[in-house]
Design a protein around this ligand. Structure first.
Ligand SMILES: Cc1cc2nc3c(=O)[nH]c(=O)nc-3n(C[C@H](O)[C@H](O)[C@H](O)COP(=O)(O)O)c2cc1C
Length: 217
Protein backbone atom coordinates (compact mmCIF):
# COMPACT_ATOMS: atom_id res chain seq x y z
CA UNK A 1 0.00 0.00 0.00
CA UNK A 2 1.15 3.54 -0.76
CA UNK A 3 -0.61 5.87 1.67
CA UNK A 4 0.64 8.94 -0.22
CA UNK A 5 -0.75 7.96 -3.59
CA UNK A 6 -4.25 9.35 -3.00
CA UNK A 7 -2.84 12.65 -1.80
CA UNK A 8 -0.48 12.96 -4.75
CA UNK A 9 -2.97 12.46 -7.54
CA UNK A 10 -5.04 15.64 -7.05
CA UNK A 11 -1.99 17.89 -6.63
CA UNK A 12 -1.50 20.37 -9.44
CA UNK A 13 1.86 20.55 -11.19
CA UNK A 14 3.07 23.09 -13.73
CA UNK A 15 0.09 25.29 -12.89
CA UNK A 16 1.79 28.60 -13.74
CA UNK A 17 1.45 30.41 -17.04
CA UNK A 18 5.06 31.16 -18.04
CA UNK A 19 6.10 34.48 -19.58
CA UNK A 20 6.43 34.36 -23.39
CA UNK A 21 9.56 32.58 -24.64
CA UNK A 22 10.68 32.33 -28.25
CA UNK A 23 13.83 30.19 -28.55
CA UNK A 24 14.40 31.39 -32.13
CA UNK A 25 15.32 34.86 -30.83
CA UNK A 26 17.10 33.72 -27.64
CA UNK A 27 20.39 35.49 -26.83
CA UNK A 28 23.64 33.96 -28.07
CA UNK A 29 24.97 33.58 -24.54
CA UNK A 30 23.08 31.39 -22.02
CA UNK A 31 24.22 33.56 -19.09
CA UNK A 32 22.22 36.41 -20.59
CA UNK A 33 19.10 34.25 -20.86
CA UNK A 34 19.64 32.96 -17.30
CA UNK A 35 19.76 36.53 -15.95
CA UNK A 36 16.55 37.38 -17.84
CA UNK A 37 14.72 34.29 -16.58
CA UNK A 38 16.01 34.82 -13.05
CA UNK A 39 14.69 38.40 -13.12
CA UNK A 40 11.29 37.22 -14.31
CA UNK A 41 11.17 34.59 -11.52
CA UNK A 42 11.94 37.31 -8.95
CA UNK A 43 9.32 39.60 -10.50
CA UNK A 44 6.73 36.81 -10.31
CA UNK A 45 7.40 36.50 -6.57
CA UNK A 46 9.28 33.19 -6.69
CA UNK A 47 10.46 32.34 -3.15
CA UNK A 48 14.19 31.70 -2.91
CA UNK A 49 14.84 31.77 -6.67
CA UNK A 50 18.56 31.51 -5.86
CA UNK A 51 18.13 28.02 -4.34
CA UNK A 52 19.45 25.31 -6.63
CA UNK A 53 20.18 21.60 -6.51
CA UNK A 54 23.88 20.76 -6.77
CA UNK A 55 24.55 17.24 -8.06
CA UNK A 56 27.94 15.60 -7.70
CA UNK A 57 29.31 12.08 -8.01
CA UNK A 58 31.20 10.15 -5.35
CA UNK A 59 34.32 8.05 -5.78
CA UNK A 60 32.20 5.04 -6.87
CA UNK A 61 30.36 7.08 -9.50
CA UNK A 62 27.19 7.17 -7.41
CA UNK A 63 25.31 10.49 -7.73
CA UNK A 64 24.58 12.74 -4.78
CA UNK A 65 22.51 15.94 -4.64
CA UNK A 66 21.58 18.69 -2.21
CA UNK A 67 20.18 22.22 -2.25
CA UNK A 68 22.49 25.25 -2.09
CA UNK A 69 22.30 28.98 -2.51
CA UNK A 70 23.68 30.64 -5.66
CA UNK A 71 26.27 33.22 -4.57
CA UNK A 72 27.19 34.81 -7.86
CA UNK A 73 27.07 34.49 -11.63
CA UNK A 74 30.11 35.76 -13.53
CA UNK A 75 31.50 35.18 -17.01
CA UNK A 76 33.22 32.13 -15.46
CA UNK A 77 29.97 30.54 -14.31
CA UNK A 78 27.71 29.82 -11.36
CA UNK A 79 29.24 30.20 -7.86
CA UNK A 80 28.33 28.67 -4.52
CA UNK A 81 30.08 28.38 -1.17
CA UNK A 82 30.55 25.48 1.21
CA UNK A 83 33.08 23.55 3.25
CA UNK A 84 35.76 21.69 1.33
CA UNK A 85 35.59 19.02 4.07
CA UNK A 86 31.85 18.37 3.57
CA UNK A 87 30.65 15.40 1.54
CA UNK A 88 30.16 17.62 -1.52
CA UNK A 89 33.58 19.22 -0.96
CA UNK A 90 35.29 15.84 -0.85
CA UNK A 91 33.38 14.67 -3.93
CA UNK A 92 34.20 17.84 -5.87
CA UNK A 93 37.86 17.61 -4.91
CA UNK A 94 38.10 14.04 -6.20
CA UNK A 95 35.84 14.54 -9.20
CA UNK A 96 35.50 18.24 -10.09
CA UNK A 97 32.35 18.10 -12.20
CA UNK A 98 28.79 18.98 -11.25
CA UNK A 99 25.25 19.73 -12.36
CA UNK A 100 23.01 22.51 -11.06
CA UNK A 101 19.22 22.52 -11.31
CA UNK A 102 16.96 25.50 -10.73
CA UNK A 103 13.17 25.16 -10.61
CA UNK A 104 10.96 28.24 -10.51
CA UNK A 105 7.34 27.00 -10.22
CA UNK A 106 5.83 30.49 -10.22
CA UNK A 107 6.94 30.85 -13.85
CA UNK A 108 6.91 27.16 -14.84
CA UNK A 109 10.60 27.17 -15.69
CA UNK A 110 13.68 25.13 -14.93
CA UNK A 111 17.35 25.58 -15.86
CA UNK A 112 20.00 22.83 -15.84
CA UNK A 113 23.72 23.50 -15.94
CA UNK A 114 26.54 20.97 -16.29
CA UNK A 115 30.25 21.53 -16.24
CA UNK A 116 33.66 21.36 -14.67
CA UNK A 117 34.09 22.85 -11.20
CA UNK A 118 36.91 25.09 -10.05
CA UNK A 119 37.65 26.63 -6.64
CA UNK A 120 38.04 30.22 -5.60
CA UNK A 121 41.56 31.32 -4.68
CA UNK A 122 42.55 31.41 -0.99
CA UNK A 123 42.07 35.19 -1.07
CA UNK A 124 38.60 34.97 -2.64
CA UNK A 125 37.54 32.31 -0.13
CA UNK A 126 38.83 34.35 2.82
CA UNK A 127 37.14 37.52 1.54
CA UNK A 128 33.84 35.70 1.13
CA UNK A 129 34.12 34.21 4.62
CA UNK A 130 34.82 37.63 6.15
CA UNK A 131 31.73 39.13 4.53
CA UNK A 132 29.48 36.67 6.39
CA UNK A 133 27.74 37.64 9.63
CA UNK A 134 29.17 36.49 12.96
CA UNK A 135 26.57 33.72 13.35
CA UNK A 136 27.25 32.26 9.91
CA UNK A 137 31.03 32.50 10.43
CA UNK A 138 30.75 30.76 13.81
CA UNK A 139 28.76 27.90 12.28
CA UNK A 140 31.24 27.54 9.41
CA UNK A 141 34.24 27.68 11.75
CA UNK A 142 32.82 25.46 14.50
CA UNK A 143 31.02 22.77 12.48
CA UNK A 144 32.65 19.91 10.64
CA UNK A 145 29.85 19.88 8.04
CA UNK A 146 28.49 16.44 7.08
CA UNK A 147 30.31 14.59 9.91
CA UNK A 148 28.21 12.51 12.37
CA UNK A 149 26.95 14.61 15.30
CA UNK A 150 26.45 13.20 18.82
CA UNK A 151 23.84 15.68 20.02
CA UNK A 152 22.48 19.19 19.58
CA UNK A 153 24.33 20.20 22.80
CA UNK A 154 27.63 19.19 21.18
CA UNK A 155 27.04 21.40 18.14
CA UNK A 156 25.76 24.36 20.23
CA UNK A 157 28.90 24.20 22.42
CA UNK A 158 31.22 24.01 19.37
CA UNK A 159 29.49 26.95 17.64
CA UNK A 160 29.55 29.08 20.82
CA UNK A 161 33.26 28.33 21.22
CA UNK A 162 33.86 29.37 17.60
CA UNK A 163 31.85 32.58 18.17
CA UNK A 164 34.04 33.44 21.19
CA UNK A 165 37.18 32.81 19.11
CA UNK A 166 35.85 35.08 16.36
CA UNK A 167 35.03 37.75 18.92
CA UNK A 168 38.60 37.67 20.16
CA UNK A 169 40.16 37.26 16.69
CA UNK A 170 37.80 38.74 14.06
CA UNK A 171 40.35 38.07 11.33
CA UNK A 172 39.99 34.26 11.77
CA UNK A 173 38.99 32.43 8.58
CA UNK A 174 37.72 28.87 8.35
CA UNK A 175 40.41 26.89 6.51
CA UNK A 176 37.73 24.84 4.75
CA UNK A 177 35.47 27.70 3.57
CA UNK A 178 35.49 27.46 -0.21
CA UNK A 179 33.90 29.18 -3.16
CA UNK A 180 33.24 26.85 -6.07
CA UNK A 181 32.38 27.73 -9.65
CA UNK A 182 30.51 25.53 -12.12
CA UNK A 183 31.92 26.43 -15.54
CA UNK A 184 29.11 25.59 -17.92
CA UNK A 185 29.61 23.12 -20.75
CA UNK A 186 25.85 22.89 -21.33
CA UNK A 187 22.95 25.02 -20.10
CA UNK A 188 19.39 23.89 -20.75
CA UNK A 189 16.32 26.10 -20.47
CA UNK A 190 12.98 24.34 -19.97
CA UNK A 191 9.63 26.06 -20.10
CA UNK A 192 6.34 24.40 -19.27
CA UNK A 193 3.21 24.40 -21.40
CA UNK A 194 -0.34 23.72 -20.19
CA UNK A 195 -0.79 21.13 -22.95
CA UNK A 196 2.52 19.47 -21.98
CA UNK A 197 4.14 20.78 -25.20
CA UNK A 198 7.04 22.02 -23.16
CA UNK A 199 9.94 23.87 -24.76
CA UNK A 200 13.59 22.95 -24.30
CA UNK A 201 16.60 24.88 -25.52
CA UNK A 202 20.08 23.56 -24.88
CA UNK A 203 23.24 25.65 -25.22
CA UNK A 204 26.51 23.76 -25.70
CA UNK A 205 29.87 25.43 -25.24
CA UNK A 206 32.05 25.62 -28.36
CA UNK A 207 34.99 27.29 -26.61
CA UNK A 208 34.45 31.01 -27.16
CA UNK A 209 30.91 30.68 -28.50
CA UNK A 210 27.75 28.62 -28.00
CA UNK A 211 25.66 26.39 -30.22
CA UNK A 212 21.96 25.88 -29.50
CA UNK A 213 19.69 22.88 -30.01
CA UNK A 214 15.98 22.47 -29.49
CA UNK A 215 15.10 19.26 -27.66
CA UNK A 216 11.96 17.18 -27.73
CA UNK A 217 10.10 17.59 -24.47
C1 LIG B 1 17.52 26.43 0.66
C2 LIG B 1 18.81 25.79 1.15
C3 LIG B 1 19.99 26.49 0.99
C4 LIG B 1 21.22 25.92 1.40
N1 LIG B 1 22.37 26.61 1.14
C5 LIG B 1 23.56 26.04 1.44
C6 LIG B 1 24.78 26.68 1.06
O1 LIG B 1 24.80 27.75 0.43
N2 LIG B 1 25.94 26.06 1.41
C7 LIG B 1 25.96 24.85 2.07
O2 LIG B 1 27.05 24.35 2.36
N3 LIG B 1 24.82 24.21 2.40
C8 LIG B 1 23.62 24.77 2.11
N4 LIG B 1 22.45 24.11 2.43
C9 LIG B 1 22.54 22.79 3.09
C10 LIG B 1 22.82 21.70 2.04
O3 LIG B 1 21.62 21.35 1.37
C11 LIG B 1 23.45 20.41 2.64
O4 LIG B 1 22.64 19.91 3.67
C12 LIG B 1 24.84 20.64 3.20
O5 LIG B 1 25.61 21.51 2.38
C13 LIG B 1 25.59 19.33 3.38
O6 LIG B 1 25.68 18.67 2.13
P1 LIG B 1 26.75 17.50 1.87
O7 LIG B 1 26.73 16.62 3.10
O8 LIG B 1 26.28 16.79 0.64
O9 LIG B 1 28.09 18.15 1.68
C14 LIG B 1 21.22 24.65 2.04
C15 LIG B 1 20.02 23.96 2.19
C16 LIG B 1 18.83 24.52 1.74
C17 LIG B 1 17.55 23.72 1.88
Amino acid sequence: MHPLRDSLRPLASLAATPPPFDPTVAPENPLELFVAWFGQAVEAGQLEPHAMTLSTVDADGVPDARVLILKDLTDDGWWFASSSASVKGVELTANPVAALTFYWPTVGRSVRIRGAVTRGSDDENARDFSRRGLGARAVALGSPQSKPLGSRDESEAAIEKAARELDAHPELVSPTWTLWCVRPSTVEFWQSDAERRHQRLRYSSQGQSWSTTLLWP
